[in-house]
Structure formats: C-alpha cells, structure tokens
Design a protein around this ligand. Structure first.
Ligand SMILES: [Zn+2]
Ligand SMILES: [Zn+2]
Length: 266
C-alpha cells in the first residue's frame, strides 16, 4: 500500500480516535506514509462548524510525527469545507502553521447537504448532479486547496435517495470536464476516495472514466484516501483505488511535503 492521504481523528467532530491510534493502525496495515486531514469547516450549518482546534491539532500531530519517525511518515493536512467561500479565514488558518497538504471539499451546495438524501429535494437526480458540479467548479476555480477531495461525493446522496451504487456521469461530461480542466490548469490534483467501499456504495470514486478525463484535461496529480474516521478503516479500499489509477493510465502518485509535490512512480 502506497499511502493514505485522507484520515480523520478526534479533532474532527465526527471521529473519536486519537492521532496516535490512527498512526498505529496505519503501521499495522503496512503503510509507510499518511496524511492526517481533519475537518475545518466555516459553513455555519455544518456539524463540524468551528470545531477544529488548530493549536492542539498541531501539537498532537507533531508529537506523533516525532514518535513514529523512521517507521511512518506523518504528514499534517486539513480537509477544508467549501474553501471558495471563506478565503480570509483560510488564509489565517494556513499562515499559522506549515501544513503539508490541503484537501478542498464540497459538503454543501447552495445550502443543501451532500451527505443527506434531501439534497435532491425539488431538483431530481439530474438537476441535483448539475447543481453539484456547478458549485464544485466554483470551488475548483477560486478555492485554496492542493487536492480536490471526493469529487463525486454527490454519489452518496444519490445512493441514499435513489439507491444508486454507480453514477453515470457521461450525460454531465462537459460539467465534469470543466472542473477537471481548472484543477489541472491550476496545477492541483484530485483524490481517489475509498469511503464508498465501507459505506457499501460501490467502488472508490471517481470512476476510471472520470480519471481518464482528468488525464485528458492535463491532470497529473492524484492521491489516494480511505477517508477513515476509525482506526479499523485506515487503508481500506485503497488496493482497489490504486488499481483504478493504474487502469486510467497514471504512472505515478503524488505525495506532499509542505504543500509541494513529490512523486512516487508506480
Ligand atoms: Zn469530506
Ligand atoms: Zn474526510
């Protein structure tokens, strides 16, 4: 297993494990490098709104970095919700500490929660998908991030509402490509997120099809993330995620140190 670049600890409102417990789980899974990426949310409706404690988080992650030195590389990241909407808050967050890695996420679009079936109220499936990718394009263009997290997260609400295990994005190709193009042009990346696997929704996402579109649009930077919120889920689904990246024709995976890319050839 190459790395796991999307992990949560009790510094996120929706997880209970310590940083150390997640690091130990990563070692036990045979991982050599991880990024801890706890939630930072400035959207008032979000359950994690202003939950993040930057100073305590920094101290705890630095402690583990030292403790596991030589056995496990621990990168310190954040998963920022709707970064395009809160530029000033994010500037001061990122100025305070030298983070290695920033995930940009869309959990809300136009006041609608992407993790609930009610996301589609009054929109229908295609209307909801269109609204999601329109908002994601704004995030991709204007937000501060290194890698766009779970860029097909609308699958989660589609599964809850319509029972869909896969989402055919071909009817929305132009919208999806617009997002991928701007990510590529800005020199940013996307992740293959494996949370869908443990949620019983299907393969990691986005699909091989979307990963191919990303390559065609000039995208190079791809990371892998289990999005584990518990130690037992660290690394879960990433074997399949790696297969998908290879299938889409990528020859390397990106790692980050102080927000600069290092490459690992596959
Ligand atoms: Zn997320
Ligand atoms: Zn996450």
């Amino acid at each position: 297993m190459i790395h796991d670049y999307h992990l949560h600890t009790h510094f996120s409102c929706d997880a209970d494990a310590s940083v150390e417990a997640m690091c130990r789980a990563a070692l036990a899974r045979g991982l050599k490098e991880i990024a801890i990426t706890d939630h930072v949310d400035f959207t008032p409706e979000d359950p994690c709104y202003r939950y993040f404690q930057a100073e305590k988080y920094w101290a705890a992650t630095q402690r583990c970095r030292g403790k596991f030195e030589g056995a496990l590389v621990v990168r310190v990241g954040v998963e920022i919700g709707e970064p395009h909407l809160y530029p000033a808050e994010i500037r001061s967050l990122l100025a305070a500490h030298e983070y290695d890695f920033v995930l940009g996420s869309l959990h809300w679009a136009d006041g609608r929660p992407l993790f609930r079936s009610s996301f589609f109220d009054g929109l229908g499936l295609d209307g909801g998908i269109a609204l999601y990718f329109e908002e994601l394009a704004r995030l991709a263009e204007e937000g501060e991030y290194d890698v766009l997290a779970h860029m097909d997260i609308v699958r989660r609400a589609a599964y809850r509402r319509y029972g869909l295990r896969e989402l055919d994005l071909r009817p929305h190709e132009a919208r999806v490509r617009r997002v991928l193009r701007v990510v590529a042009e800005r020199g940013k990346g996307i992740e293959v997120n494996a949370a869908y696997v443990r949620k019983g929704i299907g393969d990691p996402g986005p699909s091989v099809q979307v990963l191919r579109w990303f390559r065609e649009e000039g995208g190079r930077i791809v990371t892998l993330g289990s999005d584990a919120h518990r130690p037992e889920d660290v690394g879960r689904g990433l074997d399949r995620a790696l297969e998908m990246v290879r299938e889409a024709g990528f020859g390397r995976i990106a790692m980050f140190e102080r927000r600069r890319v290092r490459w690992l050839n596959l």
